[in-house]
Ligand binder design. Structure first.
Ligand code: DI6
Ligand code: FE
Length: 399
């Protein structure tokens, strides 16, 4: 059987199956950017390969997936970080016109090209760690023109670099100053003008909102979910990050791909997510940076069989983080996840959180050939180290 490339003498963590799908003497063959075979060398058909790569016993995992980022934004919030170190709270800063709205001002002032240029170093940091798919949210434009500009900049990242981009429209991230006393009016604009424009221009793969005391209410969120659902767009939600608004249960009712953060999630929310198959995307970088002390209900999520994903939440306010490998370590140390759970969180379950489980996230025939090849002795090393990067090579779409 002919193939384009063949990786031999590899150890595989296919992530297909609950035990990481470990294979000691593994082989992967790629044709036209897709996996033609991934499994034991002994069971492989005879391949006639244009190129053969000897992995010398290195480990191969699926290319990593960062399924929740706000990586497109202008400026930074180091000054607010200083204020927080002096005792101000995130909510106080937000209510005083800082927070998300301060990044909104910088992002509105930036051109599309400037947003791309600002995001690329962050994208490159993820790519250098074996990341092959990145989700990117809007949400710092907060008007139609600037939200579309952010989403176009996000799409551009995928043409500037060998990486897949999933875009999420997050118009309901914060209330822009023009609508200071009219949250319902802003939601009407998001549902009636911004969302249709994003869909018309093919710029949104999903819709997200910030359902929170300092964000939008469950009722307002539901209006957006209705509009997205009418347009056949999948939904996700920033839920239960700072308080319990019962957002995850609402998201589950709309068949959400994921509910994200979840520190204040209750039992009813866990049960609703389990029933709907909604992924719990946990963001330990934000938990750490905000010095949150309340843990997401990990044992309950696990017991209910809710798939758990992990992501950077890369954003200038609550998680200025561009290392998915550090997120793996934080998932284990802060959230008590096992090595298998951490790795599933940035591969199989992250794919599911993007609605792309048929396409990426495991090493299986038919999926896109996105690989990370590691200089490690065992998969646990990817989770164990802090600040090290054992990536040997990264393959995106077979290249
Ligand atoms: N939750 C978060 O952690 C980020 N957005 C959100 O809804 C924070 C974004 C920011 O502070 O800029
Ligand atoms: Fe976020």
């Amino acid at each position: 059987m002919r193939c384009d490339r063949l990786w031999r003498h590899a150890r595989l963590a296919t992530m297909a199956g609950p035990d990481m799908g470990l294979i000691e003497d593994g082989l992967i063959a790629a044709i036209d950017g897709r996996i033609a075979y991934a499994g034991p060398a002994a069971d492989a058909p005879a391949f006639d390969a244009a190129e053969r790569i000897d992995c010398e016993g290195r480990w191969i995992t699926p290319g990593l997936i960062d399924c929740h980022t706000h990586i497109v934004h202008a400026g930074n919030r180091a000054h607010e970080f200083e204020l927080r170190l002096e005792g101000a709270s995130y909510e106080e800063i937000a209510r005083a016109g800082g927070g998300i709205v301060s990044t909104m001002r910088a992002t509105r002032a930036a051109s599309e090209a400037e947003l791309v240029a600002a995001a690329l170093p962050r994208v490159d940091a993820l790519i250098a760690e074996g990341v092959t798919t990145i989700e990117v949210k809007s949400g710092y434009g907060l008007d139609t023109a600037n939200e579309l500009k952010m989403l176009r900049a996000a799409r551009r990242l995928g043409t500037e670099r060998p990486v897949s981009i999933a875009t999420t429209f997050l118009g309901a991230h914060a209330l822009p100053p023009e609508y200071a006393d009219d949250a319902d009016g802003y939601i009407a604009l998001v549902a009636g003008e911004m969302l249709p424009a994003a869909i018309r221009d093919g710029l949104a793969d999903a819709l997200d909102a910030f359902c929170e005391g300092i964000g939008f209410s469950a009722e307002q969120t539901e209006k957006l979910f209705e509009a997205a659902t009418r347009a056949n767009l999948p939904v996700k939600l920033h839920a239960e990050q700072l308080s319990n608004q019962h957002g995850a249960a609402l998201a589950a009712r709309y068949g959400a791909l994921s509910a994200d953060h979840l520190e204040y999630l209750d039992e009813a929310g866990v049960a609703a997510m389990a029933k709907a198959g909604t992924v719990a995307t946990l963001l330990p970088g934000a938990f750490y940076f905000m010095r949150e002390t309340r843990l997401p209900p990990i044992a309950a999520l696990r017991a209910a069989g809710v798939p758990i994903a992990l992501a950077t939440d890369c954003n200038p306010g609550t998680s200025p983080l561009t290392s998915l490998l550090l997120v793996l370590n934080m998932g284990a140390t802060l959230f008590h996840l096992t090595v298998a759970e951490c790795l599933a969180g940035v591969t199989r379950n992250a794919a599911r959180a993007l609605g792309r489980a048929d396409e990426i996230g495991t090493l299986e025939a038919g999926k896109r050939c996105d690989l990370a090849i590691w200089d490690i002795e065992r998969p646990a090393e990817l989770v164990y180290r802090m600040g090290a990067n054992p990536l040997h090579a990264r393959i995106w779409s077979g290249q």
